[in-house]
Design a binder for this molecule. Structure first.
Ligand code: SPV
Ligand code: MG
Length: 552
């Protein structure tokens, strides 16, 4: 569901919703909002409607509540507010931004943006906020204002779009009779509700007005100045709608002042961090989740595998080089091995990288990886580490050793395969740069090094030459990809192997061999050199050369 679609969550048109609020026998409430995010917050807080306050919208622009922001700027902001909400928005439309003709255009533009209604006040354009020299502000001519109401009503296309007429007589220092006279005229002109405004710190004026008014039209109030009045008083007086008119802007100003002063003074974010919304909360309010889902649906991006890197071992053969760090943090050509690996993944747009660490895990400071810890790294082997990353298993995953260096094409070419299990085997058994004898790969066919390669499968991976198997076809380099069913088979194999007493000693070759014994085909992707692993001190010099582009 995108944010726009969200608007249809409540299938009742928003102007109908607003009309229901105005006409409901219960006391209802609107909360001020002044931009998209505050509107969303108001809706999430449970409000059934929003007051798009002129004071707050002008304030968030940093201008005065005196029609300094143009009406189109206000309407643009309303569009953002409307797009991210599904509850009705009542615009504080000041004086309608001009005469009857401006009012007609305003109503049309508001309806186009799914705004449920507009409140206009009987003052003169350009108006000023009612709480700034209210008495000195001239009131509109009653007939002229009635013409504006009529023009607005005649130009609305949805029958339930609401026009609220705001009576400023009490603000301007007139008595209740003038207020009633005006309200009556606005009622006759077609207004859907009357907003009676007061600047007293007690509700007396509005309560007396309500008594006289006798609910001839729904009555709306803005208790900014008489805020301490319990809402029960309004309920008893027969008020329909209360507008909490400026509390979101005031709350955000107070928070911003506090935070900005603190950061300026302390040059630190430490105390502040827990007091402010998390970045994730901002993403949530922006609807980031929905965009991720939409990307999956519409952006047919090349799917890349997840990678699990086994990096728990110390690398004893590297002696004091690994006193304070695991092998994968050894610097090769100025960059830790693990960083080099992550860079290789990035080149192939692989971003989901899980590293299983163990020995000196705290020394691993490579960004953009998820860390899993095999706490028993010194008594267990690779499969125990792999189990620590089971939560990161994916329908397309590559499992590899953390001490590998390889030319980029090896990973790139592995990504081209669509088979369920593909292991990378180096057919160059004389590769001088991988001098140890581990992980000999016995395959169905040797590497014929032509582009018309047979389908080759792995028969087994062994540490030692296997009698009766003939020549090994190469060496498994410590990189294998599992797709679709392959993941399930790995999970099953791990379950089965975990039943063995010697599970703690098992490594990746045992996993591959088990899969083969279970009848699953482990396909072979042959390479011929162009990689090395770092196991012993002699490998370090080679690794530096490799990093500098000197070939193995
Ligand atoms: C507004 O919120 O802009 C209003 C209400 O018009 S008041 O500021 O109380 O006049
Ligand atoms: Mg206003």
């Amino acid at each position: 569901m995108n944010l726009q679609a969200k608007n249809h969550q409540n299938s009742t048109p928003r102007c109908v919703q607003l009309r229901k609020l105005l006409e409901s026998p219960d006391l209802e409430f609107l909360l001020e909002a002044h931009n998209g995010i505050s509107a969303r917050i108001a809706e999430q807080a449970g409000f059934k409607g929003i007051w798009a306050s002129g004071l707050a919208i002008s304030a968030q622009f940093g201008v005065r509540d005196s029609n300094e922001a143009s009406w189109t700027q206000v309407v643009d902001m309303l569009e953002f507010m409307s797009d991210v909400t599904s509850i009705p928005i009542l615009l504080d439309g000041d004086t309608g931004y001009g005469n009857f003709n401006n009012m007609r255009r305003l109503v049309k533009k508001l309806e186009q943006r799914n705004i449920a209604g507009v409140c206009i006040e009987d003052k003169v354009f350009p108006k000023t906020n009612s709480f700034i020299d209210g008495e000195r502000q001239p009131l509109a001519d009653i007939d002229e204002f009635c013409g504006k109401i009529k023009a607005g009503k005649d130009s609305q296309s949805a029958p339930d779009f609401c026009i609220v007429a705001r009576v400023e007589a009490l603000i301007a220092g007139w008595d209740i009779n003038e207020a009633l006279r005006r309200a009556e005229a606005y009622h006759a002109a077609g207004a859907d509700a009357i907003l009676i405004h007061s600047k007293l710190s007690r509700p007396d004026e509005v309560v007396s007005f309500a008594k006289e008014w006798q609910q001839r039209l729904p009555l709306v109030i803005v208790p900014t100045k008489y805020y301490s009045t319990p809402v029960e008083v309004f309920r008893e007086a027969g008020i329909s709608l209360v507008i909490w008119a400026n509390h979101m802007i005031r709350a955000s100003v107070a928070a911003m002042e506090q935070v900005s002063r603190h950061i300026q003074k302390h040059q630190s974010l430490v105390q502040i961090e827990d007091q402010i919304a998390s970045v994730d909360r901002i993403f949530e309010l922006q609807g980031a989740d929905e965009l991720s889902r939409a990307q999956q649906q519409y952006l047919k991006r090349k799917q890349t595998p997840h990678v699990i890197v086994l990096a728990a071992s110390r690398g004893h053969a590297l002696h004091e080089l690994t006193d304070d760090r695991p092998k994968v943090m050894l610097s090769i050509g100025g960059k830790p091995l693990l960083r080099r690996l992550v860079d290789e993944f990035k080149k192939q747009s692989i971003n989901n990288i899980t590293v299983v660490a163990g020995y000196k895990a705290e020394a691993i400071d490579v960004a953009n990886i998820k860390l899993r810890i095999n706490a028993a790294y010194d008594q267990t082997g690779e499969l125990s580490s792999l189990v620590c990353a089971e939560d990161a298993f994916h329908d397309d995953m590559i499992i590899m050793y953390g001490d590998l260096l390889f030319r980029s094409y090896i990973l790139h070419d592995l990504l081209e395969h669509e088979l369920e299990i593909v292991a990378v085997v180096d057919s160059n058994l004389n590769n001088p740069h991988t001098g140890h004898t581990q992980d000999l790969a016995y395959c169905s066919h040797p590497d014929n090094r032509s582009i018309f390669q047979h389908e080759v499968s792995l028969k087994c991976v062994c540490d030692q030459p296997v009698p009766g198997q003939g020549e090994a076809s190469g060496r498994w380099i410590g990189m294998v990809r599992f797709r679709q069913q392959g993941r399930k088979w790995v999970e099953e194999a791990l379950r089965e192997l975990q039943g063995r007493d010697d599970f703690a000693n098992l490594g990746m070759p045992e996993l591959l061999n088990h899969l083969i014994e279970q009848g699953h085909v482990v396909h072979v992707h042959y390479v011929h050199g162009h990689w090395l692993d770092v196991n012993a001190l002699v490998d370090i010099g080679r690794a530096h050369d490799f990093a500098r582009g000197i070939n193995p």
